[in-house]
Every structure is written in structure tokens, then in C-alpha cells.
Design a protein around this ligand. Structure first.
Ligand code: GLN
Length: 242
């Protein structure tokens, strides 16, 4: 039986807006299909084995917690994350976690290091936080646009470098910086987004895409009875006005 192995980075510190719910969705959707599932955690000070998981996950966090994690991630886990990404593991990062995937997160006088997996920088602004329901159009498979809907709340403004591709195009909401109409980042199986909700219960099609990508499956996953999940998605889109 195939198994999806997930490693959650800083599960106690980086988990706001119930971001851990994303892991529950991955677990259920695997088990309902007879795919085994296991999750391990990697916290402050823990060395990371790049082969320990098929999917590495990091949720959102307050600036205070992020400061601790940023240093740890850059000093102790950086090389392992690069090695994992290079072999095609999925890395999914939400909000505060997303900000740490880039080159740096500037917080006032302090500039926190990122792990440099994607070409972007984030600067904490004193301007009003970017808050609200949001929806984006993403095209993970060429020619097949889909919608992700969720909720964002961040003070940081993220700007992608010339070499980076956004995860999606904003339909509603503020996205990376409230200015350029972009949301998130994608480099192969490395994905960052500001969307909480948590994200996956509201967008189970994306959970399934992640499972397939992480396991390297060519075949589509077996369909599930997604009536409740479809209603959750519709409601999230409606909340965003899409
Ligand atoms: N602390 C970060 C910010 O405010 C991220 C917040 C979050 O994860 N929601 O920009």
C-alpha cells in the first residue's frame, strides 16, 4: 500500500488560523483511498533528514514565533529543504511559513534570513494589515485553471524576484503585497501561499493535487464523495465574492 509521509515543521509554533487542519485533510483523503499516512514533526534544534517525508509542511505564525523559526530553519534545516525540493518532494508553506521560503523577512530593524528556496523577499509594513477573504486562479496543469479560496491576514508584503512565478492570479483579496495582483509562489512542487482557512478543507482538489505530486502518481486519485467539501469550497468563494 502506498504511504504519504508528511513532515510538519515547527507544528507547535507555526500553526495559526487552524493551519494544522491542512494535515487532517491530507490524512483523511489518503486513508479514505487506502493510502497510508504518517506525520512527523521537526521543531527548533531538530536536524532534518531530506528523505524523511514526501511532503514538508509549514503553517503561519506570529512575528515573534517566526523569528525563532527563521533562524533555526536557515541554520539547521536549509540544506535539507533544498535537497528535498531537488528530489521533487512537495513543500507547502502558508503565510508566515511562506515568508520564510524566500531570501529574507525584514521586520523593522531586523532582517530575518529565509531559506532561499524561492526568489522573493518580504518586508513587514506599518501600513494596515492585508486582511480578508481572498480567491485566486491557479493553473497547476496547463490549460486547466482552478480556483483556490481562503482567508488572508498578514502585515508582510512579499515581492517576487524576476525568476519567480506566482502561485496564482488574484480574483479577490490583497495577495502578496496588495499591489501587483499576484498571490503566492510556485517553483515545481515548492508552493507558498498566504491563504489560510485552513486552506485544504476549502479546496480539496488542491489537497488531491498535493497528494499526487508528493507520491509522484501519474494516475488521478480515486474520486470521493465530496458533497460537503464542494459546499465548503462554494462558501469560501462566495465569502470572497467570486
Ligand atoms: N507574521 C506574518 C505577518 O503578519 C505572518 C502572519 C500569518 O502567518 N498570518 O506578515
Amino acid at each position: 500500500m502506498p504511504e504519504l509521509r508528511v513532515c510538519a515543521l515547527y507544528p507547535d509554533l507555526m500553526n495559526i488560523y487552524a493551519d494544522r487542519g491542512n494535515l487532517l485533510v491530507l490524512e483523511r483523503r489518503c486513508r479514505w483511498r487506502g493510502i497510508d499516512f504518517s506525520v512527523t514533526g521537526s521543531g527548533l534544534g531538530d536536524r532534518l533528514d531530506p528523505d524523511v517525508a514526501d511532503l514538508f509542511y509549514i503553517g503561519g505564525g506570529q512575528d515573534r514565533d517566526q523569528t525563532l523559526c527563521a533562524r533555526d530553519m536557515a541554520e539547521i534545516k536549509r540544506d535539507a529543504l533544498h535537497a528535498a525540493a531537488a528530489r521533487g518532494a512537495v513543500i507547502l508553506a502558508v503565510c508566515g511559513g511562506y515568508q520564510l521560503l524566500g531570501h529574507s523577512y525584514q521586520l523593522g530593524e531586523e532582517t530575518l534570513p529565509g531559506v532561499g528556496l524561492v526568489d522573493l523577499i518580504t518586508v513587514r509594513s506599518d501600513a494596515p494589515r492585508l486582511i480578508g477573504n481572498a480567491a485566486i486562479e491557479v493553473e497547476l496543469e496547463p490549460g486547466a485553471p482552478r480556483v483556490l479560496a481562503g482567508f488572508e491576514n498578514h502585515g508582510g508584503r512579499t515581492r517576487l524576484g524576476a525568476g519567480a512565478t506566482p502561485l496564482g492570479r488574484l480574483l479577490r483579496g490583497h495577495g502578496n503585497n496588495g499591489e501587483d495582483g499576484h498571490e503566492g509562489v510556485r517553483r515545481g512542487n515548492v508552493i507558498g501561499t498566504y491563504l489560510h482557512g485552513p486552506l485544504l478543507p476549502k479546496n480539496v482538489w488542491f489537497a488531491d493535487w498535493l497528494i499526487r505530486a508528493a507520491l509522484g502518481l501519474g494516475e488521478p486519485l480515486a474520486p470521493l464523495d465530496d458533497r460537503l467539501e464542494a459546499a465548503a469550497h462554494a462558501e469560501a468563494r462566495q465569502a470572497a465574492g467570486v
